[in-house]
Design a binder for this molecule. Structure first.
Ligand SMILES: [Zn+2]
Ligand SMILES: [Zn+2]
Length: 159
């Protein structure tokens, strides 16, 4: 139903020998959030560019132990930062693919089910076509409209 490059992020080479998964993991290492460290990469399968993002409060703010219960309100999520970067640098993220990772101690762990409506909404609005999310069984590709609908459903919203 959508024609995307379906190479998973651990196989998809973005630059040199670096995969999309490695880029997203290294982006997550910029996050200083004590609750959850996340990274994203947006790439266009037809060109060489990419943008990265990680979860963090907007500069000059930073995550402290105090924010633990409210990180989702203080921090810009990795997806949002990544979209902002893509728009700043490349003017558009239309038709691009986004991959999201959660890391613990720099290692990839399952992200959990889609649950962030702010991000899924922004991803759809930005015109992204595909979303890769890492589960305990491996990488799964969603089309962004289905991802948003599944997110809303998981948030108890029957759209
Ligand atoms: Zn935090
Ligand atoms: Zn989010």
């Amino acid at each position: 139903m959508f024609s995307l490059d379906t190479t998973p992020p651990d196989k998809y080479i973005i630059t040199g020998t670096t995969t999309a998964e490695q880029l997203a993991i290294s982006a997550s290492k910029n996050s200083n959030c004590q609750k959850s460290t996340r990274g994203c990469v947006i790439y266009n399968p037809r060109t060489a560019w990419f943008a990265i993002g990680f979860n963090s409060p907007p500069q000059p703010l930073f995550c402290s132990g105090k924010c633990f219960d409210n990180c989702n309100k203080f921090a810009i999520h990795a997806e949002q930062m990544c979209i902002n970067e893509a728009l700043k640098i490349h003017r558009s993220a239309f038709g691009c693919v986004i991959a999201h990772v959660k890391t613990v101690g720099g290692n990839l762990v399952p992200s959990g089910e889609p649950s962030c409506w702010q991000c899924s909404r922004a991803m759809l609005e930005a015109g992204l076509s595909g979303m890769w999310l890492y589960h305990d069984y491996g990488w799964k590709l969603y089309d962004v409209l289905s991802f948003h609908k599944e997110t809303l459903k998981n948030c108890g919203i029957d759209y």
